[in-house]
Ligand binder design. Structure first.
Ligand code: AMP
Ligand code: MN
Ligand code: MN
Length: 335
């Protein structure tokens, strides 16, 4: 796994080469990171729709588990998805969305390694530059910003279908236009997407304002066992909790239902860093880490084998939840 800081590199976007490769491709194979969020899946289906609109063949997928999160099932263009076992082993032209390193493609990492051309579209500062062409810009608020730029350079008009995927990525990765990455460019792109037919209220209702009734019980259980360590992170404070498999099984909820718990926990005024450990169906902890103003949790999570951004990052841990918290506190105290 390519995770050490020394191996990180970011290259500036090479738009002309990407456009030339895509212009010459009959078929394009698209992949996004495993357990996709709105930025990964929305950007990928947007570009897949744009290529299809140009008459090109597309195969779009993500590595197992091949399940679209419930809150993303409203995305238009999902009919372009195929299961990962139908993804070509040696694509001529492959694209990767919102993945900072090749391992984030899960089971599709092998195809990426064997692809004749690999166009990486991403905004993680820790991106390893694993493509033959890297459209990587850590200043971009979302991969969707780069996907929009690419679609424009391909000369494809923004259909409503394309715009909804891009808007979902943009609104999610900016925390509904709240985070520091919310630049004038972000709002300008949002305006373009609305003009292309996005209904922002409908999209945000799907993304944020609905859940099955059982979600309330899962959330209550998770918030009820939250712990605050005011001394952690050099006295800036750390708050953490877990969402166990049992919490989810009581309400037959998939792992993605636990995704938004971090947004409640990170409210805590008494803690610079907030952590939610979500137990997946295999018993592995998928750890979400957030910071407010000063702490770079992306670097910390990278040290622990994961990755992410300065204020939002994650890693996986096999073992006890307490061990993962202890390891994270150790890294954060040293930073
Ligand atoms: P999440 O907490 O799952 O919303 O993820 C927040 C950020 O951390 C996203 O940018 C993810 O791409 C990144 N991230 C989360 N988990 C991992 C992981 N296991 N490895 C690398 N990056 C991760
Ligand atoms: Mn993502
Ligand atoms: Mn993203």
């Amino acid at each position: 796994m390519v995770t050490t800081r020394a191996m990180m590199m970011t290259t500036s976007p090479d738009w002309a080469r990407a456009v030339a490769i895509l212009d010459g491709a009959e078929h394009v194979c698209l992949a996004c990171h495993i357990r996709p969020d709105a930025d990964a899946l929305g950007s990928m289906v947007a570009v897949a729709s744009a290529l299809r609109d140009r008459g090109q063949g597309v195969v779009a997928s993500f590595g197992d588990p091949f399940v679209v999160p419930a809150i993303l099932t409203f995305l238009p263009g999902l009919e372009l998805l195929s299961p990962p076992d139908r993804f070509p082993a040696r694509p001529d032209v492959m694209m990767s969305f919102d993945a900072s390193n090749v391992d984030r493609l899960g089971g599709l990492a092998r195809s990426a390694g064997a692809a004749a051309e690999l166009i990486v579209v991403d905004h993680h500062a820790t991106n390893t530059g694993f493509g033959s062409v890297n459209l990587v810009d850590p200043a971009a608020a979302a991969t969707a910003v780069l996907a929009a730029e690419l679609i424009s350079r391909l000369g494809v008009p923004l259909s409503r279908e394309i715009a909804v995927g891009l808007y979902a990525g943009l609104v999610t990765d900016t925390g509904s236009f709240r985070f520091a990455a919310t630049t004038p460019t972000v709002h300008e792109l949002a305006a373009q997407l609305l003009r292309a037919g996005v209904d922002p209220a409908a999209v945000c209702r799907e993304l944020y304002d609905r859940a099955p009734f059982g979600y309330l019980g899962m959330l209550a259980a998770a918030l009820g066992r939250a712990q605050l360590d005011p001394a952690a992170v050099g006295g800036r404070g750390l708050v953490w909790t877990t969402v166990t498999r049992a919490d989810r099984e009581r309400a037959e909820l998939a792992l993605d239902a636990a995704e938004s718990v971090i947004d409640e926990v990170r409210r805590t005024d008494d803690a610079e860093v907030a952590v939610v450990l979500k137990e997946d169906d295999q018993g592995v902890w998928q750890v979400s880490v957030r910071s407010k103003d000063v702490v770079d949790v992306g670097e910390a999570c990278t040290e622990l084998g994961g990755g992410g951004h300065a204020r939002a990052a994650g890693f996986s841990h096999t073992g006890r939840a307490g061990e993962a918290i202890a390891a994270l506190k150790g890294v954060l105290d040293r930073a």
